[in-house]
Write a protein that binds this ligand. Structure first.
Ligand SMILES: C[S@@+](CC[C@H](N)C(=O)[O-])C[C@H]1O[C@@H](n2cnc3c(N)ncnc32)[C@H](O)[C@@H]1O
Length: 247
């Protein structure tokens, strides 16, 4: 069994002792005690300990998903919580490590879903490139539970992806990312009814045969600049997903 302590996530970087404030210099045993008790400063809970990240300066805990922007993985370099990072000046090598750490999700304006006011309470996200992405780079697989479309016809999950459209509709399969998923679930669609909307598309959705299994991959459809938001055409040809109101 994994101990609770082992589940708290510390970044892979060595702890910068020189940056630790004097007031934080406690005995090792006191530190370990605090480490076991770590709770998220945002939601107050110590649950989902494997996603609880500890600040490399003040040792306070934050769930990856409680941070804004959300962190999708434990950073490779040092990580400082929002208040410690205000006065923190990264070294050049730390800046480089951060640049190479992959994609981040940024908080999305609530204007994202104006056409469905009943969903206004849902927090929405978008995904942007945190570094340059070359054309044809595989960005992510669209993952989730795979099910027959007929089992999900009344499902209120709004992020289903067609996996296989079979000639016999009862055999069509969908990927449902509402319970288990990854960053793919947060990438937005374009408004494919306007030319401006179409110009925003920088990702395409491609089905691949991987060892006999169909997999959906999201792939860069052109070079993508650092900071650009990612957009793809939502099931553009299969289900005529209504994108007229997409922003
Ligand atoms: C796969 S999610 C996309 C990520 C979404 N922003 C979120 O945080 O849940 C699908 C949901 O986002 C909506 N959506 C996707 N792209 C959009 C866009 N460009 N403008 C407005 N709504 C969008 C879809 O209607 C659907 O409800």
């Amino acid at each position: 069994m994994v101990s609770t302590m082992a589940l708290r996530k510390r970044t892979l970087a060595p702890k910068p002792i020189s940056e630790e404030p004097k007031s934080k210099k406690r005995s090792e045993s006191k530190k370990e005690e605090d480490y076991c008790d770590a709770c998220c400063e945002n939601c107050g809970s110590g649950n989902r300990a494997s996603e609880l990240l500890l600040c490399d300066k003040c040792d306070r805990g934050f769930h990856l998903f409680c941070l804004r922007p959300i962190l999708v993985a434990v950073p490779k370099g040092s990580w400082f919580c929002p208040s410690c990072s205000k006065d923190y000046k990264p070294t050049d090598s730390q800046k480089k490590r951060r640049r190479n750490s992959g994609l981040v999700m940024s908080k999305k304006s609530r204007k994202l879903l104006p056409y469905n006011p009943s969903e206004d309470y849902i927090r929405r996200f978008t995904v942007e490139a945190d570094k340059y992405i070359r054309d044809l780079t595989i960005i992510t697989e669209y993952v989730g539970d795979v099910d027959y479309l007929r089992n999900r016809e009344n499902d209120d999950g709004d992020s289903m992806m067609t996996l296989l459209s079979a000639a016999d509709p009862s055999k069509s399969l969908v990927i449902c990312p509402d319970k288990r998923s990854n960053i793919a679930r947060f990438i937005n669609g374009i408004n494919n009814h306007t030319s401006d909307g179409k110009k925003k598309q920088n990702v395409k959705c491609v089905r691949f045969n991987v060892n006999g299994e169909c997999r959906v991959l999201l792939i860069a459809s052109r070079d993508i600049r650092k900071g650009e938001r990612l957009y793809y055409d939502y099931n553009g040809y299969e289900n005529e997903y209504p994108t007229e109101h997409f922003v």
